[in-house]
Design a protein around this ligand. Sequence first.
Ligand code: HEM
Length: 236
Amino acid sequence: MNLLGSLFHSSIGKKLLMAVTGLVLFGFVTGHLVGNLQIFLPPEKINAYGHMLESLGAGLWIVRGVLLACVVIHIWVAIQLTLENRAARPQGYGVDHTNRATLASRVMARTGLVVLAFIAYHLLHFTIRLQHPEWSEHTYRLANGTMARDVYTMVVQGFGSVGVSFFYLLAVGLLSYHLSHGIVSMVQTLGLKNERWTCGLERFGAAYCWAYFLLSAAIPLSVLGWMPVLSGLIHR
Ligand code: HEM
């Protein structure tokens, strides 16, 4: 069997695929958050950033392709591993075998599904702009005279709706919870977890997830005007 075949067919190969695709997606959500935080800077910044990404042309499509492949593999392998675990678990003892697992680890499939539904909604909302085709026409003149798409106004208008903002809050909350188990599990599979720094790793995972959640939540909440200091940074 070739390397790719054994990756997809052995348990350790599947866990490795989960960890590597998880690492790529973790890198993406972290980078995406850093980019999005530019909403707290003058509009020039996030619009120039959006324009820079769009001007990557074919490069952007390659990145999108890699991300899509990671999402598909991550989900497909998760389903396979869940089915294998179920088949291997002895039935009928009436004992709760999940006692030692954390709640976050037990609800990975459910939190993952909500995040997937969120991604579909998010792409329709901000990338395809189904509900607001006019967002594709909004332009902004950058300092160097280039006309760019006005991502800033799109985000501010998008989060102007309380319902939409609350859906985002729920999604980033569940994504953070999903990551809190995912980070530890990923490091363990990649063989980087050892007794000496297990505790530090778990603390880092928890701190990262809280920071990710609070920073992500700050964007819609500030647009809604519910964060006194940060809301003042959003120039409407
Ligand atoms: C407060 C949170 C978020 C904000 C403000 C935000 C903002 C945006 C914006 C403005 C775009 C479209 C960029 C454009 O039109 O050029 C976008 C695209 C995207 N976002 Fe988010 N996002 C957030 C959270 C997330 C999360 C949590 C995920 C993943 C779980 C995510 C995944 C994506 C993806 C996959 C795209 C498409 C990128 C592409 O065009 O290739 N976003 N986001």
